[in-house]
Design a protein around this ligand. Structure first.
Ligand SMILES: O=P(O)(O)OC[C@H]1O[C@H](O[C@H]2O[C@H](CO)[C@@H](O)[C@H](O)[C@H]2O)[C@H](O)[C@@H](O)[C@@H]1O
Length: 259
């Protein structure tokens, strides 16, 4: 749990030294880490101040944004074209010089998403506040605006339908059900892949900053580096340090950039 972790801010001097010595690769989650959580997913935005900080950091440390959002969606929100972006929980990755890598196995599952989306929409249409977000390789069903008393019914109906689709799996995020290809690929594996793209040979020290349960896959894959959890998702964490909120993320970035 986050409250059992040491604060990255309180230990900033020690962490700064680790950054100075190891020149880490930097992996940043988007929602809840760079952009505040808001009621409607389409309204999420990164502040100019945060964009500027990420831009400055990326000139010192090779940087990638790793998000559950679609790759184009997240890159258009961050608007820093020199960065790498892993979208749809890592199933699609872009980078400078028109770099593009999509998960081949997941491509085969795309027609099933086309088939299941209308089925799910029909099944959930009587529940107010359900909101669909189709990403290329995943489908999010948001329930942030659903009455608390109906949330378990949303989960139940989605699980029932998914029983007929072994190619897909149901994962959880912050007030969202994420339907993903049932393939052994996630943010952690995307980070592993990106280490090869971003780093020089043998440069393995990585720092991952994220806020959600889906970031735990990535924290596991930076065990030779550092994981920093923003806020608390209420589950067991593999992170090493914590930051309370996005304001603390900004403070931490500022400290890293100080001479
Ligand atoms: O991996 P991330 O970059 O953290 O993306 C995770 C999901 O974030 C978005 O949903 C979350 O943020 C929304 C806006 O604040 C909020 O309304 C929603 O309840 C959260 O779950 C995004 O819409 C999803 O596609 C991402 O998978």
């Amino acid at each position: 749990m986050a409250n059992e972790l040491p604060s990255a801010l309180k230990n900033a001097a020690e962490l700064k030294e680790k950054f100075r010595v190891n020149k880490p690769l930097l992996f940043l989650d988007f929602d809840g880490t760079l952009a505040p959580i808001v009621e409607k997913h389409e309204d999420a935005a990164i502040s100019e101040e945060m964009r500027d900080l990420v831009n400055k950091l990326s000139r010192v440390y090779p940087t990638a944004v790793v998000s559950g959002r679609g790759m184009k969606d997240v890159s258009q929100r961050v608007k820093l074209p020199e960065l790498y972006y892993a979208g749809s929980h890592g199933f699609e990755i872009s980078g400078p010089g028109n770099f593009l890598k999509e998960n081949d196995e997941a491509q085969k599952v795309l027609p099933i998403f086309d088939k299941i989306e209308p089925v799910l929409r029909e099944k959930l249409k009587d529940i107010n506040g359900v909101d669909f977000e189709r990403k290329k390789f995943t489908l999010a069903i948001h329930y942030r605006q659903v009455n608390e008393s109906q949330v378990s019914e949303v989960h139940h109906r989605v699980s029932e339908i998914l029983k007929d689709y072994r190619e897909l799996l149901k994962a959880d995020g912050k007030k969202v059900i994420e339907i993903r290809p049932a393939i052994d690929w996630h943010k952690g594996k995307a980070v592993e892949f990106l280490k090869q793209q971003l780093g020089e040979k043998d440069q393995n020290f990585s720092v991952y900053i994220g806020d959600d349960v889906t970031d735990e896959d990535a924290f596991e894959y930076v065990e030779d580096g550092l994981g920093i959890l923003v806020g608390d998702h209420g589950n067991k964490t593999y992170a090493d340090y914590s930051l309370e909120n996005i304001d603390e993320v900004k403070e931490f970035f500022k400290l890293l950039l100080e001479k």
